[in-house]
Design a protein around this ligand. Structure first.
Ligand code: GLC
Length: 688
């Protein structure tokens, strides 16, 4: 049995994160005490004298905290201070407090177990035992929020209740589970053809190629560069013949340029965010100066969403929304004042402090908190300063697209995922984990983020495999793919100027072919589990702690995950390692794959093991009385159609599996024809 109570504090802004309208609970909220404080809430000097009330929950030594979606650090979030404040920051190091998303849901698991959702679109500080190891403190910027308290018999039940509250997760078209190649720097149709040829020539499966900002004309949204992509419609069709989907990027900022229709229409109808004086706010991103569409305004959102039609009409079936925190390289106003200050010290002999100040001045141009306080939204007639609703911008942009797709393509699923997000956006699209680096630590971070994101409704997700920034090594890419074959979004993406990291550029092309081939072979299982998780409000990836709550060892495990009902994954995430230690909380069947055709299995009892995992193998574990349906591999998703279904299993007598299969495009998800019961029975003879 689960129970959710909503406590309304002050005058909350309606974020539309939830889909159930709960009546306000009576009386005091449980678990937390509101502390009125004039003390410092941090070590920051500016904060010393500020009045910062916070919600306090005392932490026992054994209490664990799970959730917070897209974030750094552990699956157990305890021991750090996080800020919900969507930020464009490519340095995902341990000292950061926020990444691109704001996902204010967590479960406290100690002597008491309960869930907390803070529906608050401004900046929120979540101190999970940082200031004091024995205190959880929640500090919003102002006291206008909905506090939801969730209770249930298990963490799984609490999470499920939360997921029901926030509504069904986004379901992409099935082709979007295929492998995708991306790179910032593919300049032309020729470049894309070369990538596709590279993959096909080496027999490495591929379903999509991503178009980064270079496909546009001068980085203008909803344009295509005619010189470098002549006859785009024909090119999209040509790629489809090769079973390749092109997935263009869309950025939040709209270039300010006379004669550019999106700019002119937005201006004419007043659809852009305005400054204090009512004039369009001007920031800068890739194209130089831009205005930001007011995606928190229904009409403006509708208008912006319909712009995707330009690309849909040319055969495009998927998009990625970027820079929607929104990222601001500089604002027109701030740049002017910075330039003036610089001019004023032009001929001076700068001392140390002045040099530091100069550096801060220039570094402070990008994503400056003061800029976020200097423009406004019109939320259905209410003028709201951006910083109060900052965390809703990416949600609004992706919702714009999602709502428009419903109208423009009512029968068909369209791929959409975003960089920035807030809970609620999970109904409209997926997310990728932003600008990571080609670091081994980021492979592990990718794994740790998966269950936290699933708790918050984000099921369609994945990291830039191989790492976005820095130069990848062949072994890092192979190991990362060995995790990526299990994540719903499986995309290799890299930044301009980094080492080229398309799989065919390395020496072990056969291994790349086999590893990615395993993804395709396992698709009957991976797709079924995704659909069941989405339709049943379940997590696709669970920490061991959620499944084996009585097992003290399992609770500590931060580098293995349960994926769906049948398997546990334990990828290698350290360089030069020939394997790794794995904990089995119950007997399991180890499955070792070189390819879908080369499989070895071994039954292992509960316990700790060192498992050898060479670079060219994928290992996973099947739980007792569970089944994994699979097929032979294919070069692309369409090639899997009609393939004979086979089974990997750890069945001693008889087990059943619900296999979900549909056309991958339609939206009649709940139709029972999509679910088939598969049975594996082991005869006495087989058992010997
Ligand atoms: C941002 C995105 C990245 C993209 C780049 C250029 O950094 O996060 O994925 O490649 O912009 O568009």
């Amino acid at each position: 049995m689960s129970r959710i109570r909503r406590f309304s504090i002050g005058n909350p802004i309606n974020t539309e994160a939830v889909v159930q309208n709960l009546p306000e609970a009576k009386g005091e909220f449980p678990y937390f005490t509101r502390i009125q404080s004039t003390e410092s809430s941090g070590i920051n000097l500016q904060e010393t004298m500020e009045q910062k009330d916070y919600l306090l929950y005392p932490l026992e030594p054994e209490t664990r905290i799970y959730g917070l979606g897209e974030n750094i650090r552990g699956i157990n979030k305890r021991g750090w201070i996080y800020e919900s404040n969507c930020t464009d920051d490519p340095n995902h190091t341990e000292d950061r407090r926020s990444l691109y998303g704001a996902h204010n849901f967590f479960v406290v698991d100690g002597q008491e177990t309960f869930g907390v959702f803070l529906d608050y679109p401004g900046k929120l500080t979540l101190d999970m035992g940082y200031e004091r190891m024995d205190e959880l403190r929640i500090t919003p910027e102002d006291w206008n929020l909905d506090l939801y308290i969730l209770e249930g018999d298990s963490i799984r039940e609490i999470v499920k209740a939360f997921r029901q509250l926030i509504g069904r997760s986004y379901i992409p078209p099935r082709w979007a589970f295929g492998f995708g190649q991306s790179r910032w720097g593919y300049q032309s149709a020729e470049d894309i053809r070369e990538v596709v040829k590279g993959y096909r020539d080496h027999g490495i499966p591929l379903d999509s190629v991503y178009l980064d900002i270079d496909y546009m004309e001068d980085f203008k949204d909803f344009t295509v560069n005619q010189e470098r992509f002549p006859d785009f419609r024909k090119f999209v069709e040509e790629m489809k013949q090769e079973h390749i989907h092109l997935v263009p990027i869309i950025d939040a900022g709209v270039k300010t340029e006379q004669g550019y229709d999106v700019y002119e229409e937005g201006l004419e109808h007043g659809y852009f965010c305005k400054d204090e004086t009512g004039k369009e706010f001007t920031g800068a991103v890739w194209p130089g100066k831009v205005h930001f569409p007011d995606v928190l305004n229904r009409e403006a959102r509708n208008w912006f969403g319909r712009k995707y039609q330009f690309l849909l009409e040319q055969g495009i079936e998927g998009f990625w929304n970027d820079m929607n925190e929104p990222a601001i390289f500089y604002s027109e106003k701030n740049l002017e004042s910075v330039m003036e200050k610089i001019k004023s010290i032009e001929s001076r002999n700068l001392d140390m402090w002045e040099t530091f100040a100069l550096k801060d001045l220039v570094n402070g141009l990008a994503n400056n908190p003061e800029d976020y306080k200097s423009f406004y939204h019109d939320m259905d007639g209410r003028k709201i300063r951006h910083d109060k609703v900052h965390n809703l911008y990416g949600f609004g942009m992706t919702r714009a697209a999602g709502e428009a797709f419903e109208e423009l393509e009512p029968e068909k699923r369209i791929l959409i995922f975003s960089r920035s997000s807030y809970i609620g956006m999970h109904r409209y699209g997926g997310i990728w984990m932003g600008d990571n680096q080609s670091w081994w630590s980021h492979l592990l971070m990718n794994l740790k983020m998966l269950p936290s994101l699933n708790m918050c409704g984000f099921l369609y997700t994945g990291a830039d495999l191989g790492g976005f920034g820095s130069d990848v090594t062949e072994d890092l890419l192979l190991r990362w793919l060995a995790l990526g074959i299990f994540t719903p979004l499986m995309r290799n993406h890299a930044a301009l100027g980094t080492r080229e990291q398309e799989c065919y550029r390395f020496t072990q092309t056969e291994t790349f072919r086999n590893l990615i081939g395993i993804r395709y072979g396992l698709m009957p299982y991976l797709y079924s589990e995704y659909m069941k998780a989405a339709l049943g409000n379940e997590m696709l990836f669970q920490p061991l702690a959620f499944v084996y709550p009585e097992d003290e060892h399992a609770k500590e495990v931060e580098d293995q995950l349960l994926l769906g009902e049948s398997i546990m994954i334990a990828p290698v995430y350290t360089q030069n390692a020939g394997g790794r230690y794995v904990y089995l909380p119950e007997p399991m069947k180890l499955v070792r794959l070189k390819s879908m055709e080369q499989t070895e299995t071994e039954i292992l009892e509960q316990g700790h093991y060192y498992i050898e995992i060479p670079l060219d193998e994928v290992v996973f574990f099947i739980r007792p009385e569970k089944i994994v349906p699979y097929t032979d591999s294919g070069q692309y998703m369409d090639a899997l159609e009609g393939q004979e279904l086979k089974f990997l299993h750890f069945v001693t007598e008889r087990a059943e599996y619900e296999w979900y299969q549909d056309d991958g495009y339609g939206k009649d998800y709940e139709n029972p024809v999509h679910s088939k019961k598969l049975v594996v029975e082991v005869s006495a003879a087989d058992k010997g």
